[in-house]
Structures are given as C-alpha cells and as structure tokens.
Design a protein around this ligand. Sequence first.
Ligand code: ADP
Ligand code: NA
Length: 333
Amino acid sequence: KRKLRVLSGVQPTGSLHLGNYFGAIRNWVLTQHQYESFFCVVDMHAITMPYKAKELSEVTYKTAALYLAAGIDANTSKVFVQSHVKEHAELTWLLNCITPMNWLERMIQYKEKARKQGENVGVGLFDYPVLMAADVLLYQTDVVPVGEDQKQHIELARDIARRFNDQFAKRARPRVLREPNPLIQKDGARLMSLEDGTSKMSKSAESDFSRINLDDDPKLIEKKIKRCKTDSLKGLTYDDPNRPEVRNLLTIYQLCTGKSKEEVIAECADMNFGTFKPLLTDAIIEHLSPIQKTYNELILDRAYLDEVLTKGAAEAREVAAATVSEVKKYMGF
Ligand code: ADP
Ligand code: NA
C-alpha cells in the first residue's frame, strides 16, 4: 500500500517567521516520515506581489536552508524549488481553462491582497489559487498541512480536481486528479501580529516589529518583545476579548516552551506584561537557538544546498511529468 502523500510550501518573500514555523514547518517536520513528503519553496507564488528581483534567488536559498535547519530531512523528503519543475506552470495553464472566474473572485486572501494593491493588481495575484491547486494536484497529494489562512485554497483545489475529473475523465479509476485534504494544526494554526494581536503575522506585513523571524538574533528578539503591544493590567488570560494580544503572546509562549495550555494558564494567571515578557523572550530565544545554529552553517554552503535542491527537483519532476501527461491526454492533446 502506498504511503499517503504530503505537499506544502512557503513563499520566498522574506525571512520565515514564527507563524510560518508553528503554523506549517514544524508540523511538516513532525509528520514527514509518516508520509511521502514534498516540500517546495514556491518562488512563482512570490512574484504575484511586487518584489525585488535582485533578492528572489537569495531568499529562495534562505527559505530552503531554514526548512533543513528546522528539521526537514532531505534524504526522505523531496525538497525543491517550484520554478525548477516546469510542470507547475504547465498544469496551471491547463487548469486555468477549466476554472470559472467567479470561483477565484471569492478568495478571501485575494480580496485582502488586492485591496492593498489598488490599481496594480496583477493577473498572477488573481490566479494564485490555481497555481496552488496545480502545486498540490501535480503530486496526487492526499494531505496538505497548512495554516488556517490557506484552507479556502485547498477547498478550491478540491473543486478544480473534481471539475476536471467530471468534465474530462468521468470514467477513469482511480480518478486522474486526486482531491487533497487540508491538515490544520489547532495550536498555532494562526499566530497574529505582535503589534495589534488581530492581523495575521505575515512576511508581507510592512513592519518588521509585527513578527519574530526565525533568523532574528537574541538582541532583536528581546527588542521586538519589549515593543509589542502592552498594558499594565494584572492577570494574563487567553480569552479576554479586549486583549487579543495577550492570547497571541501566551500561545507563542506555550508553543516555544512545549507546555500545555493549562500549565500556561496557571503560570500566568497573576502575571503582568512586566514579569511575562522576559520569560517569553527567553523561551523564544531558546527554542530558536538550535535552528539558527544549523541555519548559519547551511546558508554558507551553497554547493550543498544546490545539490539538495537539484536532487529534489529531479524526484519531484518524475511525479509531476506523469500527471501532466495524463491530464493532457484527457484534455485531447
Ligand atoms: P506569509 O503570509 O507569511 O507570506 P505564506 O503565505 O508563505 O506566509 O505561508 C506559508 C505557510 O505558513 C502556509 O502554510 C501558511 O498557512 C502558514 N502561515 C503563514 N502565516 C501564518 C500565521 N500567521 N500563523 C500560522 N501559519 C501561518
Ligand atoms: Na502569504
């Protein structure tokens, strides 16, 4: 019996942050051996918003190095860069031609990003979810571990797969395109901005003080935690609707220490930010320290990274090319 397949990716649009880590990458690491795993750096997604061409390749290397430093095992998982496997672009076009516009118009992330872009919204940004569907469907993926924010995109990928199968390959068994399932981790599924506690912690948020990056040094982590939204009230709880920032920081503390929610509730019930912030700072620094040590070595070894990514792309392409060839056959090419 074949192992279930997992695929996930992060855009090389900036340093990875704690949201990417606890919402995605850490779960990849924990489950990678249970599945046949595909982890890509989605550079073609990264160019759907304004970006610096000079930095794209550097950030792509950094992202791949952080995957490995966080514990992705390149011997068993396929680690690769999306643009190295041309089938991602090819399947996107084929799927574009069977995807109704109004399915994309409903996408929340598109609406949020488009609002910020004003008149300069590119076709690529609109089409982002179809590229993501292609990423997933190319590998006959069973499971996609993502943050809460990506759930709608996985549902769209399912809809597109079903539409293709019904329209072009009604009788084919197994179905030509497999419908993927999202795997959403409850704890840390969505970390929020350090500055307001209500918007998503994101690489694309303007302020660097809204997030902790995985490669922030201890001094910077301390500075960011000192700066994040604070009051002087006593008693830190998860469920104060007027202080969403408290829940967010307690969640980060819980994730970094590995304590249970109950333990954190008991520990912090009588604290204020003055006593809590140093604890939180230390917990983050300690959790990130081994990852940063490995990352700092890997990022200097381009030959090794190239070797890993070349091997990963070749392995990925084998599967991807077979899917595209099937799809084209059924579409009449
Ligand atoms: P970003 O929004 O920071 O650019 P991506 O869109 O590249 O991140 O998402 C990469 C992965 O990280 C996805 O699986 C996404 O669900 C997850 N992720 C991104 N931001 C967060 C967050 N604030 N909390 C939890 N998971 C997140
Ligand atoms: Na994003």
